[in-house]
Design a protein around this ligand. Sequence first.
Ligand code: CTP
Ligand code: CA
Length: 229
Amino acid sequence: RGDRAVTQDLAGRHVVVTAGGTREPLDPVRYLGNRSSGRQGYALARAAAARGARVTLVAGNTELPDPAGVDVLPVGTARQLREAVLKVAADADAVVMAAAVADFRPAVYTTGKIKKIDGVEPEPITLVRNPDILAELSADRLRPGQVVVGFAAETDDVLANGRAKLARKGCDLLVVNEVGEDKAFGSAENEAVVLAADGTETPVPYGPKEALAETVWDLVVPRLAGPRG
Ligand code: CTP
Ligand code: CA
């Protein structure tokens, strides 16, 4: 695999990775969604499996093939993603929240298709907040010493936004991407800085999502609590 030997430094560990994006239904045919492809999360899952981990991948609305040897749990909405993660992360050594979770969902789900009516203006869509799964995992730590990793796509003052978000979420590591034309969403390449709660900052040069995945696990491994399992 590239320029390095596969070390089994995640052997005996269980890791949970979320990938893709949630979709929040408005009616039976429409949803509020986002552009996450799931590629970064899938790369993280594949990399962890190659390093010996038992991997559970909670996948929101992706169209990617299941990685070999990985347990894949498909979910639709943020609330479904939360339920799935809370269940499978109870015995996890690390949880990596690479999924793009919708911050808001339509307050009301209309059970029949919303129809247009001649001469009638549409109703505004009222949104309500979804639970913040990363903040909850970081605050509650389902298992002592569990390592919690978040992702953040930022524009403008990327690093300052990232540092503030790391503190606000309370996670151990935050992977900060600058969102731009060919960066992050839908592309195979990524550039990032990984911020750690201990203040260290690890720049990851523009490159394949696989390389960023390896860097994330490189930073997770020394933070894992022993014993394994
Ligand atoms: N996240 C989450 N639950 C949410 C929203 C986000 O667990 N309801 C997680 C994402 O999976 C990601 C991290 O939080 O790992 C950061 O997501 P981001 O959207 O950048 O952060 P927000 O706190 O939602 O801030 P913003 O207002 O910038 O969207
Ligand atoms: Ca958000």
